[in-house]
Design a protein around this ligand. Structure first.
Ligand code: PNS
Length: 170
């Protein structure tokens, strides 16, 4: 039997999707504790600021009743943050073969920076494997229906910004 481990699930989460929540639920069941680490300063200008991104995740995690999940923001190197919070595992989701190149490179680089910090990949559940934050942002901006792709906390904020079309009520 393995001892309970602390895992960290890093990302931009701009915004969090049902795909991310699927990874959070499954990885929090695998590991004792899951820390969702939201990157404060992404290289791209985010649609939602760090407080909004964190709040939307916290609301969704609470609605999904995931008690082993905590949400926090981080800056700087992921490997430094993992050491700070005592995480032994990085969790990332894989949706398609196209994700693999980028994810492989990051995991190898993180291992070089901090040997012993392992990256574990969870393959996306089939019903959410086509969802990405980038497509959610694009569809919402253009007034399309994103209900079913994001949790209620995100849908509410997208509706405030882009109108009722985002929940299919245009
Ligand atoms: O959701 P994303 O944008 O694909 O997540 C990327 C993330 C946040 C995991 C990655 O950009 C990251 O870890 N950034 C922190 C800075 C860092 O450690 N960079 C070196 C990565 S090998």
């Amino acid at each position: 039997m393995t001892a309970a481990m602390t895992a960290i699930y890093p990302g931009s989460f701009d915004p969090v999707t049902k795909g991310h929540l699927d990874v959070m639920r499954r990885s929090s069941e695998l590991f004792g504790t899951l820390i969702v680490a939201v990157l404060r300063n992404t290289s791209k200008a985010p649609m939602f600021d760090i407080d909004e991104r964190r709040e939307m995740i916290a609301q969704a995690v609470s609605a999904e009743k995931l008690p082993a999940v905590t949400v926090t923001a981080f800056d700087g190197l992921l490997t430094d943050f993992a050491a700070e919070v005592g995480a032994q595992i990085i969790v990332r989701g894989l949706r398609a073969v196209s994700d693999v190149e980028y994810e492989l490179q990051m995991s190898l680089m993180n291992r070089r920076l901090k040997p012993g910090l392992e990256t574990v990949f969870l393959t996306a559940s089939e019903d959410v494997s086509f969802i990405s934050s980038r497509l959610v942002r694009e569809i919402a901006r253009l007034g399309g229906d994103v209900s079913g792709l994001v949790p209620a906390s995100v849908l509410a904020r997208l509706k405030e910004r882009f109108g009722p079309g985002v929940e299919g009520k245009a």
